[in-house]
Design a protein around this ligand. Structure first.
Ligand code: PLP
Ligand code: COI
Length: 341
C-alpha cells in the first residue's frame, strides 16, 4: 500500500478530503445497509432539520500506525456508546453500536493510504457524525437522518505541539445546568465559537469553563477535559453532569492508577483549589494531553510550577504511557485496541 505523499510531520489539525467515506441513511424507521462512497458532499433541502434546528451530533476518534506496522483504533466501542447516548438525548435514531464499530473499520481500511506512518507524530482523525436530513419547519425532530464517517490525517490540535498552553477563565458558558453539556451535540460547539474567537483575539489558547450554575467549579474547555496533579502526586479530574465524559480522561484514570500507581480522584474541583495544583493538562482525542502552564482569571494569573517550557513530569508520564498504549509500544488493557489492518 503506497501512502499519500504528505508532509506528515508538519500537519496541523485541519481537514483534508480523503478518498473514501462511509454513509448510511435512515428512512421509514430504519437504517439502510450503508456503504463506502467517494462523494465528500451532501446535498440537502434548505429546510433540513440540521439547518433549521441544529439537529446534529458527532464523535471523534483516531487510527494509529503501531510500531510493528499494524493500523489500530483506540476504544471505538466507547465512541459508539457515547453517540448512542447523545442520539437518545437529541431524539435521533442511534446507529447500532456494532455497526458503528464496523463502519469505522471499513472507512479506515478504505483510506489506508491516508493513515500517517508510525513515528511521524500524525494520526488519522476519524469523524463520525449524524444529521437530521429531511425538511422540518415546526420545531420537532426530523424523521430522516444521515450517519456518515469521514477521516482526515492530523497533527497536534494546539500549535506548538507539547508547549504548555495559556488559557483563561471564560465569562461565557458552553453548557446549561440540566442542558446538553454531557453529550456530543454540535450545538455545544456553536455555543463555544464566540468564546474561542474572543479567547484567541486576546492571546489565549483556550477557555476554561466553570460550572454554569455557580461559576465556582471547574468544568472543561471547548474540546477537552481537565487533568490536575496535586503537589503530592495525586491525579485529580473534575466530575460534573454538564461536561463530556471524555474517553481519554476515562482511559487516563486507568493509566494513572494501574500503570503509574497514582491515587485517582474523580470529583468536583473547586476553582479555588486550582492555584494549589502542581500540574495541569487538557485531555481528549484531539488534544491527547496538552499541558497547561498558565491560567488567566480576570487580571490574576495562576502559574503552575511546571512552567511554560515543557510538560510537567507527571503529565509527561501520563502522555508517554497513553500514547505508548495507543501506538502498540506498551501492552493495552483488554479490549482497548481494535486492530484494523
Ligand atoms: N470535552 C469536549 C467538549 C470535547 O469535545 C472532547 C472531544 O471529544 C473531549 C472533552 C474529550 O473527549 P474524548 O477524550 O472522548 O475525545
Ligand atoms: C475530539 O477530540 O475528538 C473533539 O471532538 C474535540 C474537537 C475540539 C476537535
Amino acid at each position: 500500500m503506497e501512502k499519500k505523499n504528505l508532509d506528515w510531520a508538519n500537519l496541523g489539525f485541519g481537514y483534508m478530503t480523503a478518498d473514501y467515506r462511509y454513509v448510511s441513511n435512515y428512512k421509514d424507521g430504519k437504517w439502510d445497509d450503508g456503504e463506502i462512497t467517494t462523494d465528500a458532499n451532501i446535498v440537502l433541502n434548505e429546510c433540513a432539520c440540521v439547518f433549521q434546528y441544529s439537529q446534529s451530533c458527532f464523535e471523534g476518534l483516531k487510527a494509529y500506525t503501531t510500531e510493528d506496522g499494524h493500523i489500530v483504533c483506540f476504544r471505538p466501542d466507547l465512541n459508539a456508546e457515547r453517540m448512542k447516548e447523545t442520539c437518545e438525548r437529541l431524539e435521533m435514531p442511534p446507529f447500532p453500536v456494532d455497526r458503528f464499530v464496523d463502519a469505522v473499520e471499513q472507512v479506515v481500511k478504505a483510506n489506508e493510504a491516508w493513515v500517517p506512518p508510525y513515528g511521524s507524530g500524525a494520526t488519522l482523525y476519524i469523524r463520525p457524525f449524524m444529521i437530521g436530513s429531511n425538511s422540518v419547519i415546526g420545531v420537532k425532530p426530523a424523521d430522516e437522518y444521515q450517519f456518515r464517517i469521514f477521516v482526515t490525517p492530523v497533527g497536534p490540535y494546539f500549535k506548538g505541539g507539547a508547549k504548555p498552553l495559556t488559557i483563561r477563565v471564560s465569562d461565557f458558558d458552553r453548557a446549561a445546568p440540566h442542558g446538553t453539556g454531557h453529550i456530543k451535540a454540535g450545538l455545544n460547539y456553536a455555543m463555544s465559537l464566540h468564546a474561542i474567537v474572543d479567547a484567541h483575539n486576546n492571546g489565549f489558547d483556550e477557555n476554561m469553563y466553570l460550572d454554569p450554575a455557580t461559576r465556582t467549579k471547574v468544568e472543561e474547555t471547548g474540546g477537552a477535559n481537565f487533568v490536575f496533579i496535586t503537589k503530592d502526586g495525586k491525579f485529580v479530574t473534575p466530575k460534573s453532569d454538564s461536561i463530556l465524559p471524555s474517553i481519554t480522561r476515562r482511559s487516563l484514570m486507568v493509566v494513572a492508577e494501574k500503570y503509574l500507581g497514582m491515587t485517582v480522584e474523580h470529583r468536583e474541583v473547586a476553582f479555588e483549589e486550582v492555584k494549589d495544583f502542581a500540574e495541569c493538562g487538557l485531555c481528549g482525542t484531539a488534544a491527547v494531553i496538552s499541558p497547561v502552564g498558565k491560567i488567566y482569571d480576570h487580571g490574576k494569573e495562576i502559574c503552575f510550577p511546571s512552567g511554560m517550557d515543557e510538560m510537567g513530569p507527571n503529565i509527561k508520564k501520563l502522555y508517554d504511557t497513553l500514547t505508548g498504549i495507543q501506538m502498540g509500544k506498551l501492552e493495552a488493557p483488554e479490549g482497548w485496541i481494535k486492530t484494523i489492518l
